[in-house]
Design a protein around this ligand. Structure first.
Ligand code: G6P
Length: 580
C-alpha cells in the first residue's frame, strides 16, 4: 500500500527512483510519480502501472528526488491525484503514505487564504502548509511547522527548490533511511535500498530527518536525536525472482528453507513462559496472519492446554469484552494498521504484549514488549505464503516448548516433507478449479484454518470465488450451493476427524460435487471416494498442516497461472495495508 522512495547523492535521481518504485510495486498501487530537483522541481506522474521501458525517468534532471506509488484512498486513481503533489508555486513537492484525517478542514482553511488545489487528495494540504511556512534554507523547520497542523498518519518526503536535500518525517507509517557512500536514501521498506547500502535507520514516530549527500540528521520534538544505524541482513538476491516466473512461486519454493531457519533461530523460551503464566492469551492478526493465529490456537490448546482466543485486528480494536493477559500480534510486515491499533488497545489495558513478525525495525517491534522474528526474508508476492509457514514454525516451537518437546520430532522433519509437497502432481486438480466459478475448501480441527487459507489464496490470485468452511458445517447451508460445477477441496487426514471427513465427502459426492481430496499418501479409502486425490507425504499431524498448506498454495498458484492472472500483484489488493 503506497510506496515511497527518495534519493540524494551523485547519481541521476529520476531513473533510480523509478527502479526503486518498481521494487515497491508489490505493496499494491494504482498510480505512480516522481519529482526531481535540478534548478527547479520537475514532476512526472501517471495513473496505472509503471510501464516497462528502462529509460523512464531519464528526462528528469537532478540528483535529488522523491517518488511514490499510490494506492487510492482520497480521490480516484487519476493522473492529477497521483503523487508527488506540489504547492501553488510549484517549488515544493511532497509524497505521502498514510491518511491526513483533518485534511478537509485544512483544505477549506487554505483555500480561504487563496491556495489553489490541483487534486482531490488529503496529501496536497501538506504541500500548501509547507509553502506557507517556508523560508529559504529552512525546509525542515517549515515541514515541522506543517506537521503540527496534521492529524492522522504519515510518512512523507519533501523537496523544495534551492534546498540541497530531502526532509523526511513519520508518524504511524513506515519509513526507512539508507546511508550509502556519498548518498542517502529513504523508502517505505528496505527493498529499494538494498542495491545501494546495508546501513539503515528506522525512523521513530515523531522524527523529522534531513537527508543530504553527506549524511542524515534527525530531530524529534525540536531536539536533535541519534537513531541506531542497523546492518541489513537481507541481500539483493532476496528481492529478485531467481529464475521463477513469479515471486509467489519462488516464495512457495523457499518454504522448506525458511521453515528450517525460523525454527532454528527462534528462541521461544521467554514467550512460552509468559503464555504459561498468563491466564488469558489473545492472538491478533489480519488476513493470512489471522489464519496463522487460528492454527496456533489449535496447536497451543491441543498440545499445551493453554486456552487461546484469536481475533482479527480490525474487530479487536472495537472489542467490548475484557482485554487481559498476554496479547500477541501476528503480522508479517509489522505495519498492518488494524493489527497495530489492536495492539495499542491491549497496551492501553495494561496487557503484556508480544509480536511475531518478519520485519526487523517495523512499527510492531517498537510497540510490543517482546518480539519473535520469523526468518522468511522479504516477501514480495502480495499473496502471503512463506510468511505463513514461518509464523507456523514459531508457534510449533512455542507449542513444543510448552509440551516438553512433544512436537520436536515433527519440527525436525517438516522441511523435508514440505520439499516433497512441492513436487506433488496437481494437473487434474488445477483443471477442475480453472473451470469453476465457486470452490469450497473444507477441513476439520487444524485443517479448517488451513482450508480458510487455501480459499484465501485461491480467491485473491485466481479471482474465483472460494470459501473455506469447517467440513461439518457445509450441511448447515452451503450444501444448497453444491452442483457438478462446484468443486470441493477436502482435507482428510488420519486422526480423530478422519471418519467424519469421509462421511462428509460422501455427502458431497451424493450432491454430485466433484471432490479434490488431500490425504495421506497411502490412503486408498480416500483415494477411492474422491475425483482427484492429492497425496501428502507420510508424517504426523503437525507436518500435515504444513504440507497441506503448500499443496493449497500451489493449487491456487497454478490455477491463477492457467487463467493468466497477474499473480504477484492481484487487482485491488495491497501487500501492506497501512490504513484502517
Ligand atoms: C494484506 C496482505 C495479506 C496479509 C495481510 C496482513 O491483506 O495482502 O497477504 O496477510 O495484509 O498483513 P501482515 O503484514 O499484518 O501479516
Amino acid at each position: 500500500m503506497c510506496g515511497i522512495v527518495g534519493y540524494v547523492g551523485r547519481r541521476t535521481a529520476g531513473p533510480l527512483l523509478v527502479e526503486g518504485l518498481r521494487k515497491l510495486e508489490y505493496r499494491g498501487y494504482d498510480s505512480y510519480g516522481v519529482a526531481t530537483l535540478h534548478r527547479s522541481v520537475s514532476v512526472l506522474k501517471k495513473s496505472g502501472r509503471i510501464p516497462p521501458q528502462a529509460d523512464l525517468g531519464k528526462g528528469l534532471k537532478g540528483k535529488i528526488g522523491i517518488g511514490h506509488t499510490r494506492w487510492a484512498t482520497h480521490g480516484e486513481p487519476t493522473d492529477r491525484n497521483a503523487h508527488p503533489h506540489t504547492d501553488c508555486t510549484g517549488r515544493i513537492a511532497v509524497v505521502h503514505n498514510g491518511i491526513i484525517e483533518n485534511y478537509a478542514k485544512l483544505r477549506e482553511e487554505l483555500e480561504g487564504r487563496g491556495h489553489r488545489f490541483l487534486s482531490d487528495t488529503d496529501t496536497e494540504v501538506i504541500a500548501h502548509l509547507v509553502e506557507e511556512a517556508f523560508q529559504p534554507g529552512k525546509l525542515q523547520e517549515a515541514v515541522e511547522e506543517a506537521l503540527r497542523r496534521l492529524e492522522g498518519s504519515y510518512a512523507i518526503l519533501v523537496i523544495a527548490q534551492d534546498e540541497p536535500g530531502i526532509v523526511a518525517a513519520r508518524k504511524s507509517s513506515p519509513l526507512v533511511l539508507g546511508i550509502g557512500d556519498g548518498e542517502t536514501l529513504a523508502a517505505s521498506d528496505m527493498t529499494p535500498l538494498l542495491e545501494y547500502t546495508e546501513r539503515v535507520i528506522f525512523l521513530e514516530d515523531g522524527d523529522v530527518a534531513t537527508l543530504r549527500e553527506g549524511g542524515i540528521t534527525i530531530c524529534c520534538n525540536g531536539t536533535a536525536v541519534q537513531r541506531p544505524v542497523e546492518q541489513v541482513t537481507w541481500c539483493l538476491d532476496d528481492v529478485k525472482k531467481g529464475g521463477f516466473p513469479h515471486f509467489m512461486l519462488k516464495e512457495i519454493h523457499e518454504q522448506p528453507q525458511v521453515f528450517y531457519e525460523t525454527v532454528r533461530s527462534v528462541d521461544a523460551r521467554e514467550m512460552a513462559a509468559q503464555m504459561r503464566a498468563s491466564p488469558w492469551v489473545t492472538l491478533i492478526g489480519c488476513g493470512t496472519s489471522y489464519h496463522a493465529g487460528l492454527v496456533a490456537k489449535y496447536l497451543l490448546e491441543a498440545h499445551a492446554g493453554i486456552p487461546v482466543r484469536v481475533e482479527m485486528g480490525s474487530e479487536f480494536k472495537y472489542f467490548a469484552p475484557p482485554v487481559r493477559g498476554l496479547v500477541v500480534a501476528i503480522t508479517q510486515s509489522g505495519e498492518t494498521a488494524d493489527t497495530l491499533m489492536a495492539l495499542q488497545k491491549a497496551r492501553a489495558h495494561n496487557c503484556q504484549t508480544a509480536a511475531v513478525t518478519n520485519v526487523v525495525g517495523s512499527s510492531v517491534t517498537r510497540m510490543a514488549d517482546h518480539v519473535l522474528y520469523t526468518r522468511a526474508g522479504p516477501e514480495i508476492g502480495v499473496a502471503a505464503t512463506k510468511s505463513f509457514t514461518a509464523q507456523l514454525a514459531v508457534f510449533l516451537q512455542l507449542a513444543s516448548r510448552l509440551s516438553d518437546g512433544a512436537l520436536d520430532g515433527a519440527i525436525a522433519t517438516a522441511h523435508l516433507a514440505m520439499g516433497d509437497a512441492l513436487r506433488t502432481e496437481l494437473d487434474g486438480a488445477v483443471s477442475l478449479c480453472t473451470g469453476a466459478k465457486d470452490i469450497f475448501f473444507v477441513g476439520r480441527g487444524p485443517f479448517y484454518p488451513v482450508a480458510l487459507e487455501g480459499a484465501l489464496k485461491m480467491k485473491e490470485i485466481s479471482y474465483i470465488h472460494a470459501e473455506g468452511y469447517p467440513a461439518g458445517e457445509l450441511k448447515h447451508g452451503p450444501f444448497a450451493l453444491l452442483t457438478p460445477e462446484t468443486p470441493v477441496v477436502a482435507i482428510a487426514l488420519p486422526g480423530p476427524t478422519y471418519g467424519a471427513m469421509i462421511s462428509n465427502i460422501k455427502e458431497m459426492k451424493a450432491r454430485q460435487a466433484p471432490v479434490i481430496g488431500i490425504g495421506d499418501a497411502g490412503d486408498t479409502e480416500l483415494a477411492d471416494v474422491v475425483d482427484v486425490f492429492l497425496p501428502l507425504p507420510d508424517g504426523p499431524e503437525a507436518v500435515h498442516i504444513l504440507t497441506a498448506t503448500v499443496i493449497l498454495q500451489r493449487l491456487a498458484y497454478h490455477t491463477a497461472d492457467a487463467l493468466s492472472r497477474d499473480i504477484d500483484r492481484p487487482r485491488n489488493l495491497a501487500k501492506s495495508v497501512t490504513v484502517e
